[in-house]
Design a protein around this ligand. Structure first.
Ligand code: FES
Length: 296
């Protein structure tokens, strides 16, 4: 498969050119704040220790990074904060293995390693002048939140903005503060849903799975880009709903994570077919996704 022709709309970044010496050498970052999102999900607010690095650092919405705990290893997450807000880098992660558990044991003031940004990104520039529909499930809101805040910081450049976010239960909703802020904005339509049975007695949002809620909402597909991130099962059932609503495959964009390790196309762990998710992605249009041997 020729990835140059496979990925015509989303620019690729040559990450190796961005690194001067040892490509695996991390920058040092201080954990400035730890936010508990759910019982097993945390958000770190990070700041570069070297002011010069901080001054020169830049990235685009959708790119990811490698975060390391010294003596424990590295793990990969998207950058969850917006490139329009560079005072801090934020990442969110679920505790599920050795490195994320080690990260979760850290305290504010501790130091971690950071290398990146890596990968391609959402075509925010191309989205200007269009409606944007954000659809996210669970911790999949992390990469979407980066684009939402990016778009909201440039609000006048976009038409209607709709956010549909779902989690299994009320307790599983992440970024509760941001959700409230988006909900009170008159220039954003925000719909939050939990799976049937996941509601609390005082829940005022929707109850239902994300694809069904999107279908009921029936957002306009004309001149609209849909950004969809979440569990594979959510993506699997949401994409056909968008197709039914009239969205083009090229205007349905998602981000994939696939056992990434080195982040720079060296280890081969992230390949799907002939594509390396770390270098050719993680952002893919539905047109591109359909060419990949994905197991949903
Ligand atoms: S993560 Fe190593 S090649 Fe992609």
């Amino acid at each position: 498969m020729n990835t140059e022709t496979l990925i015509p709309r989303i620019m690729k970044v040559n990450t190796e050119e961005m690194l001067m010496d040892n490509i695996y050498k991390p920058f040092l970052m201080e954990v400035k704040e730890i936010i508990s999102e759910t019982a097993d999900t945390l958000t770190f607010k990070l700041q570069f220790k070297d002011p010069e690095v901080s001054k020169n650092f830049n990235f685009k919405a959708g790119q990811f990074a490698e975060y390391s705990v010294f003596g424990e290893g590295e793990c990969t997450f998207c950058i969850a904060s917006s490139p329009t807000r560079l005072d801090f880098i934020e990442c969110s992660f679920k505790k599920y293995g050795k490195v994320t558990s080690a990260l979760a044991r850290l305290n504010e003031g501790d130091t971690i390693g950071f290398r990146g940004p890596y990968g391609n990104y959402f075509p925010v520039e191309e989205m200007k002048g269009k409606n944007v529909l954000f659809i996210a499930g669970g911790i999949g809101l992390a990469p979407v939140r980066c684009v939402i805040d990016n778009v909201l910081d440039l609000r006048n450049d976009f038409k209607n903005i709709t956010i549909v976010y779902g989690a299994r239960t009320v307790a599983d909703l992440v970024y509760k503060e941001e959700l409230k802020q988006w909900q009170v904005r008159e220039d954003v339509k925000t719909v939050i849903t939990v799976d049937p049975g996941g509601e609390t007695p005082d829940w005022k949002g929707e109850i239902g799975f994300v694809p069904a809620v999107v279908e009921k909402l029936a957002p306009a597909s004309q001149n609209t880009v849909a950004i969809v991130c979440g569990p594979p099962i959510m993506i699997k059932y949401t994409m056909p709903v968008l197709t039914k609503l009239g969205f083009n495959d090229d205007d349905m964009i998602t981000t994939l994570e696939n056992r990434m390790k080195c982040g720079i196309g060296k280890c081969g762990r992230c390949n799907i077919g002939n594509v390396y998710v770390c270098k050719d992605g993680p952002v893919f249009t539905y047109t591109q996704m359909k060419e990949l041997p994905l197991e949903f």
